[in-house]
Design a protein around this ligand. Structure first.
Ligand code: HMG
Ligand code: MG
Length: 304
């Protein structure tokens, strides 16, 4: 029997969460080149843990992100499980056409709440990016492919400084309005702390339904789990994470890995929020990552 305070906290939490595993994309885009067979094995192992969504690649400019250049081969070789959605980033129509040819289950478009990051990451303004997404979403709809949206730098931008929560809220709403089924809010450089995250989410949730909002924390200062707990208390029930904390962003100097999936599962299960993920199997995947990718690259996570 919990006391009044603990009870009021636990009654604010969602009953279950969906975890979006971004390790094979957000994680590996920031590691030195990983062999195709290791990527495929990583995704196959993740598929057996109970994770329902695995972001498995990106159809982006190879010159910019060479780590993702073999995404078509990744999709060709993985053993797909029926209850898992395998997704990829598609910044434009060219990316989407490649994703369709690779038979992806869903795609994601991505922009930023700060202009400088948007320019460096996808070579256009925020407004141009939203225009660019419209035909992407239209073609995806024709193929019955759901489109997720990412909004980066929702707390701070490495170039422009602090981000105004109203800007985040407006852009998240616009992304939902143009047809993204969900917007994942990225603390790209991991500088958020729970009260700033609360302020940002409070503003977003006045414009957007909480069931269409996900959170995506990088763990630069070890704040990701605290921030996720804050988001859970505000009713957010989709969380992005990366097995073994792989990750970072090549266009965000200092950004460290994503929050580790095994830490998110441990937190959620420990506070009575179901994840559907088998933590012992997930820990085996973490060991696989530590023994292959991390050992091979001899770094925890490169910070660019
Ligand atoms: P651009 O140079 O402006 O594109 O790149 P363009 O339309 O001017 O075309 C230039 C050339 O690129 C052409 O080839 C196109 O065909 C080719 P050329 O005629 O010169 O031979 N091209 C492509 N090739 C492959 N795939 C494509 C593609 N599109 C055009 N899709 C573009 C614009 C968006 C493509 C580029 O800037 C890009 O690929 N950026 C991606 C950067 C990226 O992947 N960043 C990391 C992911 S975002 C992230 O990590 C944040 C997140 O985790 C959330 C968070 O943490 O905040 C999601
Ligand atoms: Mg990220």
């Amino acid at each position: 029997m919990t006391g009044g305070y603990a009870h009021s906290l636990s009654s604010a939490l969602p009953k279950s969460v969906k975890i979006v595993e971004v390790g094979p994309r957000d994680g590996l885009q920031n590691e030195k080149a990983v062999p195709l067979e290791v990527k495929v094995e990583l995704i196959n192992q993740l598929s057996k843990t109970g994770l329902a969504h695995i972001e498995s690649g990106a159809f982006v400019l190879a010159k910019k992100i060479p780590q993702m250049a073999d995404s078509d081969l990744v999709f060709q070789h993985i053993q797909r499980k029926a209850n898992v959605s395998y997704s990829a980033l598609t910044p434009n129509l060219k990316g989407l056409e490649q994703a369709i040819a690779s038979n992806v289950d869903e795609v994601a478009v991505f922009t930023s709440a700060s202009e400088s990051f948007c320019q460096r990451n996808i070579n256009c303004s925020i407004a141009e990016s939203l225009e660019r997404f419209k035909p992407v979403i239209a073609l995806a709809n024709e193929h019955s492919i759901p489109v997720r949206g990412y909004l980066s730098c929702v707390i701070d931008c490495p170039y422009d400084g602090a981000t105004d929560p109203e800007v985040v809220a407006n852009l998240a709403k616009q992304m939902l309005d143009i047809g993204c089924y969900e917007v994942s809010l990225g603390d790209t450089i991991g500088t958020g702390t729970p009260l700033r995250v609360a302020t940002m989410l409070e503003t977003v949730l006045t414009h957007c339904p909480k069931q269409h909002i996900a959170v995506h924390f990088h763990d630069t200062y070890g704040q990701a789990i605290a921030n996720i707990y804050q988001a859970l208390l505000m009713g957010i029930s989709t969380i992005d994470s990366s097995v073994a904390g792989l990750g970072g962003c090549p266009y965000a100097k200092g950004a460290s890995g994503n929050v580790a999936t095994e830490d998110v599962v441990y937190l959620c299960e420990g506070i009575g929020v179901e994840t559907g993920v088998d933590i012992s199997m997930l820990n085996k995947v973490k060991n696989y990552v530590l023994n292959t990718i991390k050992q091979e690259n001899n770094v925890s996570c490169r910070t660019s």
